[in-house]
Design a protein around this ligand. Structure first.
Ligand code: FES
Length: 279
């Protein structure tokens, strides 16, 4: 499968199909864990690619073909940590979360499939760490690589940077599973703490799998995702660019490359063709 087949959806019918699946399949409504990662396999051209069911923050506008994949997050000793599956099967790492399959194949797009951090069985640190060059003033004094902690987000209920409404949540740019790898292989993630995530946990949309939502977020309102735009692989941001207001995205995750918009308060299920990892 050539990489471009994922990055450049060429046929509009396919895009409508994929978006239709995402839009109509909010959690619980599609399949079970057993149906996930269909087609994952090892082939002559690589490992662990194929049709993959995944969960994401929803893509709501722009040319991106689907949402950005969730990274299940939890708090360990006050630090924010992403879960990475540990059971290697069919060429990918997998684990069950509330009846759904979480697979390392969720991250196999945009070249990320070649990064050390997504290789099954790789012993990497799962702590979310401050990214360098983050577009948020509150992170300027935090040295890149510093573990992100719950304390850093204590003002999340009123935090504002002048973009959109205050009190929507406090974001950070993070690196994940990328200690001691080249900068080009850094897995870029976004972490967000918001009351809206707490509300989503307490009152999930009708038909959604509330147990799954609660398992991949934290009770104090944290959510995380791989921050690679599914269009042409830019790094978007939540409240990171004032110009996002022109596209109605000032309280959303906005990709300035071609104006794709993602809603971090909507967790949806979709499917895509994961690219195989080089062997
Ligand atoms: S919208 Fe094109 S790369 Fe994000």
């Amino acid at each position: 499968m050539p990489e471009d087949s994922d990055k450049y959806p060429t046929e509009s019918g396919r895009r409508r199909f994929v978006k239709g699946v995402v839009g109509s399949a909010t959690l619980a409504s599609v399949g079970t864990g057993a149906a996930a990662a269909v087609g994952s396999a090892t082939s002559a051209t690589g490992a662990g690619g194929g049709l993959t069911q995944f969960f994401a923050i929803e893509n709501t506008d722009g040319p991106a073909p689907r949402g950005m994949p969730l990274i299940p997050i939890e708090v360990q000793g006050g630090e924010l940590v992403g879960l990475f599956p540990d059971n290697i099967e069919d060429g990918v790492a997998q684990m069950q979360i509330a009846g759904q399959t979480y697979s390392s194949a969720w991250f196999q797009y945009c070249g990320v499939q070649t990064y050390a951090g997504v290789q099954p069985g790789t012993d990497q640190d799962n702590t979310f760490r401050a990214a360098s060059g983050a577009p948020y003033a509150w992170m300027e004094d935090i040295e890149a690589g510093t573990p992100l902690t719950v304390d850093m987000f204590s003002d999340y209920e009123e935090w504002s940077n002048g973009i959109g409404r205050g009190g929507m949540g406090k974001p950070a740019m993070a690196s994940w599973r990328s200690q001691d790898v080249s900068p080009q292989e850094t897995l870029v993630a976004q972490v967000l703490r918001s009351e809206r995530i707490q509300e989503l946990r307490e009152d999930p949309p009708e038909g959604a799998n509330g147990d799954f939502i609660r398992a991949v977020t934290t009770e104090d309102g944290f959510i995380a995702w791989l921050n690679k735009c599914t269009h042409f692989c830019c790094v978007p941001g939540f409240k990171s660019i004032a110009g996002s207001a022109a596209f109605g995205a000032e309280d959303r995750v906005y990709c300035q490359c071609h104006q794709s918009v993602y809603n971090p308060f909507s967790i949806v299920q979709g499917q895509f063709v994961a690219l195989p990892r080089p062997e």
